[in-house]
Design a protein around this ligand. Structure first.
Ligand code: SF4
Length: 792
């Protein structure tokens, strides 16, 4: 029985077994074939990963006619989403067939950056020839490490950019470009690795084929939603509607968020926290749980390390102090801590915001410590240890080594960031540091960077803090390659070579975040190339020995055959092909709960966790060795940064980056349908705040701080705190096609809130950056009147 069949809108009585729904009735939709004919359409069961969209790889039905995607529906047999789709996926036909898409490579002389009239359409062979010519020229002058490959979020590219940098270009430099402080999931992943040896996530039965019907699965009694809005963001492979499933099955929520969300409104406890104070709340909860003896003694004694030090640190955070720091009433802090600690089981789903204030790492450590303190690690319905990146992890390891070991081919000790960050020197970071890259571009230290290749990122519009600084820095390189579907502000302003890439429906690939592994099959053919093929094609030219696969299918089959189970045995038989995976649609890796008891987490096969002590470390020896605070910690955010006087007239807390239904970061702003729902960037504030500054709902608002100013439209949100506003990120205006040339392509600097956020202001260890803890002032903007015309 599938996941969806167990979910319904009634709560079971206490102690009663979970009721079951009758199997849905439209059998025609619940087919097992991967493709079939339906009238004039060929239908494909497929995996939507990505882009556009997100990381999740939901199951979809692609309806194709005459080599064109004409419709998309959720796949009722999609193992993880069960037919549900976000509006971004429902608009896929519009996105894929959009008139602004580019299908031919283009080149332009570097002296013409920013000039849209200077592009020349070329063939793929010409594009690759140019790439090779420039690469060899720059290599001869500056050496391999002068190449840096920039990756972004999504687009199935978590391994390709590493492979391109290391194997193909022979450079140690690839990074999230330009995500200051690596402040998206990297800090939280490292907290998980350092304290518990592997990545952990709230259990919604996503790792087991039977879903909620798995015999061991238990719904969490309480799920804490901490600084995220999962039904909107669906972040990091976590499908937010799983939380709705849990709610329907009786799970109660505690929601911690500066802004009241739908889930917050459904919660048993809603804690409106001041941005950046999560570390204090985590320590406050830990203190209450220890003081009131609500922790799991057995788990703590047998499986953890550093409890006494944790208790001493937490004792510094009595409820009254935490209330003062966080703005949450003391009685609510106490009641919610008790509720989480006494619920069995309980889980926490955490979000991006832990990564987006300078001391978020310490807060994330506090959050992870709570899972272990309450014995909710790797138990059904708790925070489970997942088999990280089953396929993407193996692919990345394999392809980034590409059959030549890293040490032989290039020197990782020369990776950007080695001078500044101990974690880089210790080999704890998988990639170069983005802020060090910026410094190298600006100063040539420790060595010049002369060739940039950008894949799945549009940093001028989205993740790059201080984008105007970035624009000046990247224009110093000798050659800049951008891959994308459309002309973006980043490509328009900086690129010398534009390579058009395939969307999800046009690509061959595989996807696995937690479990299972899924095939991604191309269902239409265009002249755009996939990220995989671009890497392979360049590899064939620059390192043919290290790139032995003729195409992406061969590559993925090799990856599958190299995957080993716990005992080191190949998991897939040697004759298993990509077609087999496509036919099966989903292959489930074995998953067990309480792996730490069974010797399933450590490479030596012993019970325990894969940490230096073999225990879950409240006191992290890795953090200590890296020069960081080994315990969960809270440090007040320096919202005014290094220059408080410059911020004297900026009284409002500025939070950024909340997700919307319509957009994935800077994507989807081309789409009429999305802009119909969400035509302009929104800045949320209370009526009281708006009144104070003479602003009415719908007015354009000037948001300023000493770093810059942007314009967004006022939306009244009574749930905000009056001293805080929330401004959206990722905005540019694809419809302004008359404004591609110049230094403000597509009006990207009109509304990109990251102009108010600095680069190079990261937290300890180089992790986290203050995207969410800036100060600003606002005023009514009377001289900005853009009209929306979709441009086609
Ligand atoms: S979570 Fe939403 S946008 Fe992401 S793949 Fe699934 S349906 Fe598409």
């Amino acid at each position: 029985m599938g996941r969806k069949a167990t979910v319904r809108g009634e709560e079971p009585a206490k102690g009663e077994a979970m009721p079951r729904c009758p199997r849905p009735i439209n059998e025609e939709l619940y087919r097992d074939e991967w493709t079939w004919q339906e009238g004039e359409y060929t239908v494909y069961r497929n995996c939507q990963y990505t882009a556009p969209g997100c990381h999740n790889g939901c199951g979809v039905l692609h309806y194709v006619k005459d080599n064109k995607l004409v419709k998309i529906e959720g796949d009722p047999k999609g193992a993880l989403s069960n037919g549900r789709l976000c509006m971004r996926c429902l608009a896929m036909e519009e996105m894929v067939n959009h008139p602004f898409r580019i299908y031919h490579p283009m080149k332009r002389d570097p002296s013409q950056r920013g000039n849209d009239d200077a592009w020349e359409v070329i063939t793929w062979d010409e594009a690759y020839d140019l790439y090779v010519e420039k690469a060899e020229e720059i290599l001869g002058k500056y050496g391999k490490k002068s190449f840096c490959i920039l990756g972004g979020t999504g687009r199935n590219t978590t391994w390709q950019f590493a492979a391109l940098a290391t194997t193909v270009m022979g450079s140690p430099n690839y990074t999230f470009g330009f995500l200051s402080g690596n402040s998206c999931y990297v800090p939280r992943m490292n907290v998980c690795f350092w304290m518990g040896g592997d990545v952990m996530v709230a259990d919604c039965a996503q790792c087991v084929e039977e879903g909620y019907d798995h015999p061991d699965y238990v719904n969490p009694e309480v799920c804490v939603i901490w600084c995220c809005n999962p039904i909107v963001s669906n972040a990091d492979g976590f499908f937010g509607h799983w939380i709705v499933d849990l709610m329907r099955m009786g799970t109660k929520l505690i929601v911690i968020d500066p802004r009241l969300t739908w889930m917050g409104a459904q919660a048993e406890h809603y804690l409106q926290i001041k941005p950046g104070t999560d570390g204090a709340l985590a320590l406050g909860w830990i203190n209450i749980i220890i003081q009131e003896d609500l922790y799991d003694h057995d788990f703590v004694e047998r499986w953890t390390y550093g409890f006494d030090q944790l208790a001493a640190r937490a004792a510094e955070y009595p409820p009254e102090r935490v209330a003062e720091i966080t703005g949450i009433p003391e009685d609510l802090i106490v009641a919610s801590a008790r509720r989480y600690a006494t619920a069995k089981p309980a889980s926490v789903q955490w979000g991006l915001k832990f990564d987006q204030f300078k001391n978020g790492f310490g807060a994330a450590m506090g959050c992870a410590a709570l899972w272990a303190l309450t014995g909710n690690i790797d138990v059904p319905g708790g925070n489970i240890v997942v088999n990280t990146g089953f396929i993407s992890g193996d692919a990345r390891r394999m392809f980034s080594g590409m059959k030549n070991t890293a040490g032989e081919e290039f020197d990782m000790t020369e990776r950007l960031g080695q001078d500044e960050f101990v974690v880089e020197q210790m080999g704890l970071e998988p990639q170069a540091h983005p802020d060090s890259l910026l410094k190298a571009l600006e100063t040539g230290e420790p060595y010049p960077i002369k060739f940039l290749f950008e894949q799945s990122s549009n940093f001028l519009a989205n993740m790059g803090a201080d984008p105007q600084r970035l624009l000046a820095a990247v224009r110093t390189v000798d050659f800049f390659v951008v891959t994308d579907y459309y002309m973006t502000p980043t490509a328009a302003a900086c690129a010398d070579l534009f390579l058009p890439i395939a969307m999800s429906v046009e690509r061959t690939g595989c996807r696995s975040m937690f479990n299972p592994t899924r095939a991604i099959s191309p269902v239409v053919t265009t002249n755009a190339h996939t990220d995989e093929d671009i890497v392979l094609d360049i590899g064939h030219r620059l390192n043919p020995e290290g790139t032995p696969w003729a195409n992406a299918t061969e590559f993925w089959e090799d990856v599958l055959h190299n995957i080993r189970d716990q005992a080191g045995k190949p998991y897939y038989p040697p004759d298993f092909t990509f077609d087999d995976l496509r036919e099966k649609m989903y292959v489930w890796e074995p998953f067990e709960y309480r792996k730490y008891e069974k010797g399933l987490l450590r490479s030596d096969g012993q019970p325990g966790f894969s940490t230096p002590t073999g225990r879950f470390e409240f006191y992290s020896l890795t953090a200590e060795a890296a020069g960081g605070d080994p315990l969960p910690h809270y440090v007040p955010e320096p919202n005014k940064n290094a220059d408080p006087e410059a911020f004297e007239d900026y009284p409002l807390y500025l939070t950024t980056g909340r997700r919307s239904w319509e957009f994935f970061h800077s994507e989807h702003r081309h789409l009429k349908s999305m802009r119909e729902f969400h035509p302009w960037p929104q800045v949320e504030m209370t009526q009281e705040t708006a009144d104070k500054y003479g602003i009415e709902e719908g007015d354009w608002v000037l948001i300023e701080n000493p770093r810059g100013s942007v314009r967004e439209k006022c939306v009244i949100n009574p749930s905000m705190h009056p001293d805080t506003i929330m401004a959206e990120h990722g905005w540019w205006y694809p419809e302004r096609r008359g404004e591609i040339s110049g230094d403000n392509p597509f009006g990207v600097f009109d509304s990109n809130i990251n102009q108010l956020v600095p680069m190079e202001d990261y937290g300890p260890l180089g992790y986290c950056a203050p995207y969410d803890t800036q100060m600003c002032r606002i005023s009514k903007c009377t001289d900005y009147h853009p009209a929306y015309d979709p441009g086609y």
